[in-house]
Design a binder for this molecule. Structure first.
Ligand code: NAD
Length: 476
């Protein structure tokens, strides 16, 4: 396996590092060893990136959509060729099992390829008004984009920031998470290698608030796209509002799972337990509050606990690992506090609940049941390997509980009743609803939330159109 790479920024097509810049260490969450040292951008670096984004935008938007599509497709193929390296780096910097890292690298390539095709389909329309008179609606790239991506999916999240922007003809400066930088650098490098101009795609690092404040203060940036927590998203949206920049916000969630007694319980447990402990629960669309009809509660609970206890926790590089460590110590401390608080509030701890070992940020797959609404974990996203199983009765009450929180990202439902499926599709407040399945993400459909989970979409044609603005030409 390839060594963890030397880390640098990519500004105006050049590798930028050293030079007395501030640095920070990147830690392997499975071993706590230092993987590498990451440079932080100086204020001059960020100004240089902004200037390059301005000229890169002019160059890239005047590149034909066909040529942009070819370059982006070639970059997707380079990512596929480099999949093993990217997967190994993902596992070492983030902790996820190697197979998941491979899947993440491939999803990033597939998403870029989808966007490459969509670059050719940013259609406008023509309204014919009479002889010689018409109104033409055109779509244009909004301008340079600033994207901020978190550490839970270091490749997919970065691709969601840059793929739609580049397909639309925008330039983009991305800041991957400083905790998981190598995968993001690798994606940007693949785009440069395929022929995207150095000013059209750039990668910077730093103290997150310093970088975002600097970039968002510049009138050059016309769009902000952020994935992360709701408080940070609200803060950045306010900064963007000062200059009326367009924003896409992909924020936290608190996924409800409505399990009705007419469903295939075995399939529901198997699918949702696998989904719950994927990426150690550090997934914005993770299933969290399981609302289970009383008549099947015990069957679902016992079978779910059995599956949670079979999850093999270990270093993601080792064969047979189902779940790696949590990505950082603060995330693990957070769920320890939430579990303690839930127990105090009267919840049952059915399995797990403890940290594992004294090296790395490992935590047991955990199941709580009968958790009262007053417990913190019923209201705040745990972002860790904890499932809440609560018995409920009645469709109305289950929908009401699903919609109780200000979040609305992913929701899940298990039922064989067609009329009920239609009702859930209409009434569950979520950007994405999976019915009788566990996946809410595909490259060709929008991914995003409602309410405090944010607004705007990534993936799908919506991910490209989110980086474009209409211009209406009235011709007489
Ligand atoms: P956090 O809220 O401080 O950071 C979340 C992400 O935002 C990180 O990648 C960070 O680098 C970035 N960030 C923070 N402040 C920023 C700023 N001022 N400007 C630009 N970027 C900034 O906290 P955290 O400890 O990393 O995660 C805490 C919670 O955030 C999690 O428990 C989860 O609820 C949420 N989160 C959500 C996602 C998601 O996919 N929606 C991803 C990561 C974290």
């Amino acid at each position: 396996m390839t060594d963890y790479p030397a880390l640098h920024m990519l500004i105006a097509g050049e590798k930028v590092t050293g030079g007395g810049r501030d640095t920070e260490e990147v830690i392997n969450p499975a071993t706590e060893e230092v993987l590498g040292t990451l440079p932080h951008a100086t204020s001059d670096d960020l100004d240089r990136a902004l200037d390059a984004a301005q000229s890169g935008f002019r160059e890239w938007r005047s590149t034909s959509a066909d040529k942009r599509a070819t370059i982006l497709t070639n970059a997707a193929n380079l990512i596929r060729e480099r999949k093993e390296d990217i997967a190994g780096w993902l596992t070492r910097e983030q902790g996820k099992p190697l197979g998941d890292g491979r899947g993440e690298a491939m999803y990033s390539a597939n998403l870029l390829e989808f966007y490459a095709q969509e670059a050719k389909r940013t259609y406008g329309r023509t309204l014919v008004r009479g002889e010689g008179s018409r109104v033409e609606v055109q779509y244009h790239p909004v301008g340079p984009v600033a994207g901020f991506a978190p550490w839970n999916f270091p490749a997919i999240n970065v691709m969601r920031k840059i793929g739609g922007a580049l397909a639309a003809g925008c330039s983009v400066i991305v800041k991957p998470s400083e905790e998981t930088p190598a995968a993001g650098i690798a994606l940007v490098q693949a785009l440069l290698d395929a022929g995207v101009p150095g000013g059209a795609v750039q990668c910077v690092f730093g103290v997150p608030s310093n970088v975002s404040e600097h970039l968002l203060a510049s009138p050059i940036i016309r769009k902000l796209t952020f994935t992360g927590s709701t408080p940070v998203g609200k803060h950045l949206a306010k900064l963007a509002a000062d200059d009326l920049k367009i924003t896409t916000m992909e924020l936290g969630g608190h996924g409800p799972v409505l399990v009705f007694d007419d469903c295939d319980v075995d399939k529901a447990v198997k699918t949702m337990a696998g989904n719950k402990y994927r990426n150690a629960g550090q997934v914005c669309v993770s299933p969290i509050r399981f609302l289970i009809e009383e008549s099947i509660f015990e069957q679902f609970r016992d079978s779910f606990v059995e599956r949670a206890e079979k999850v093999r926790v270990g270093n993601g590089l080792e064969d047979g690992t189902d779940m790696g460590p949590m990505a950082n110590a603060r995330g693990r401390e957070n769920i320890q506090k939430l579990i303690a608080n839930a127990k105090e509030a009267g919840a049952n701890l059915l399995t797990g609940g403890e940290v594992i070992g004294n090296q790395g940020f490992f935590h047991q797959p955990t199941v709580l049941s009968e958790v009262p609404t007053s417990a913190d974990i019923m209201n705040n996203e745990p972002f860790g390997p904890v499932a809440i199983l609560n018995p409920m009765s009645g469709e109305d009450a289950m929908i009401e509980e699903a919609n109780r929180l200000p979040y609305g990202l992913a929701a899940y439902a298990w039922t064989d009743d067609a009329a009920r499926r239609r009702r859930l599709a209409a009434e569950v407040e979520a950007g994405m609803l999976a019915i009788n399945g566990g996946s809410v993400s595909t490259v060709d459909a929008p991914f995003g939330g409602v309410k405090w989970s944010g607004y705007g979409s990534e993936d799908g044609r919506e991910g490209v159109m989110a980086c474009m603005v209409p211009k209406t030409i009235h011709e007489s």
